[in-house]
Design a protein around this ligand. Sequence first.
Ligand code: GAR
Length: 243
Amino acid sequence: MAKIINVGTLISGGGSNLQAIIDACMAGSVDARILFTGSDTFGAKGLERARKADIDTFVVDYGDIIQSCKQGIDDRRVPPDFDLGDILEKQQLVIGDSSSDVSKEKIKFFLKSRAIAEKKLLDHILSYEIDLLVLAGFMRVLTPYFIDRLNTVEGQFKIMNIHPALLPSFPGTDGYGDTFRYGCKIGGCTVHFVDYGEDTGPIIGQKAFEIEVGDTLDDVKRKGLEKEWELYPACIQKFAESL
Ligand code: GAR
């Protein structure tokens, strides 16, 4: 048996992956305990799953923060340890063509507004001692500002994500939709560590399924989620055993 690791989770939606991880921890097939579930929206239904399992919850309302930044960002709201030059150099998120002044301003707006939200997330997260942060359907891109404050040991990744496609195909926000619309005959899901790009970090595990003639997008999502519920706990266990 591996040592019991402390895990934090972030969600945005229904939390069926969170539920699979909670169940696996309870069943003892994953040597982990979940200390908290955070969300970027009060509307995340999965928060209720966490509460039912006696897991602490918190919300950082990204929508509200981003909206309030649109009137202009007062630099006093930006975290004091936010180093724009360093983050611009590190970030590999695709945010348009950065050659024009307009695009540069957009990128700065993106990074600053997200750092304001990420600092609030960190205030919650760093009050716990976690070995691993699990993104279980968290629909926000994390910037180097956030990542560097969790990945404090060179070469050791501490943030895991699940993506609804067989990476490196179909990164982005609609993996199953993109797989289906492309006409793929095989779909799948991927668990990977989070690095400075969007869905680009080292792959930990993948599971595939067949897309049959007549399958709808809903069928693809259903088949995919069933694979995710097996894959995510197994990858967390692999991580626990590696410590
Ligand atoms: C899952 O399909 C997961 O792969 C996807 O969101 C869904 C969450 O479902 N994640 C992403 O697209 C991350 N970019 P759940 O809330 O029922 O676990």
